[in-house]
Design a protein around this ligand. Structure first.
Ligand SMILES: N[C@@H](CCC(=O)N[C@@H](CS)C(=O)NCC(=O)O)C(=O)O
Length: 129
């Protein structure tokens, strides 16, 4: 069972590598502002988790530079997740608000929705007179 899981994990990583999405390009000043905001976020995850891959791909598509903390390799990250989020489940996004309060968001789809609604650039529309 462990071997099958290992093989599946390697396949996920391989296909993720082959089909790595392209990140969007922003003006440097806009990207710097977004980097400052995403500096307050951290994704607790591990490499071969398919739900974590889904979130990392969404981050890559939107060129969101978010620190990732591997709960399989790093005991500190694992303890932080358990103490803060309450559940040893990944992915989990740690969100530090401006006032210093911290929220822990589980569920890959919720995390992606949060990222897309907070950091995706508005679509430019042109109007004709
Ligand atoms: N519905 C969740 C599924 C997450 C999930 O099942 N993650 C697995 C790793 S791939 C996990 O952390 N399992 C441990 C547990 O459920 O306690 C999501 O979309 O984020």
């Amino acid at each position: 069972m462990a071997i099958i899981r290992k093989i599946l994990g390697l396949l996920i990583l391989f296909f993720n590598w082959v089909f790595t999405p392209r990140g969007i390009k922003r003006d440097a000043d806009i990207q710097a502002t977004i980097d400052e905001q995403t500096g307050k976020l951290a994704l607790y995850q591990y490499a071969a988790c398919p739900f974590c891959v889904k979130v990392r791909r969404a981050m890559k598509r939107q060129s969101l530079n978010i620190e990732t903390r591997d709960v399989k390799r790093c005991n500190t990250a694992r303890e932080q997740l358990l103490a803060g989020g309450g559940d040893l489940k990944v992915p989990c996004l740690r969100i530090e608000d401006k006032d210093g309060s911290v929220n822990w968001m589980y569920e890959s789809s919720d995390i992606i929705n949060y990222l897309e609604s907070n950091f995706v650039a508005p679509v430019r529309t042109t109007t004709t007179a």
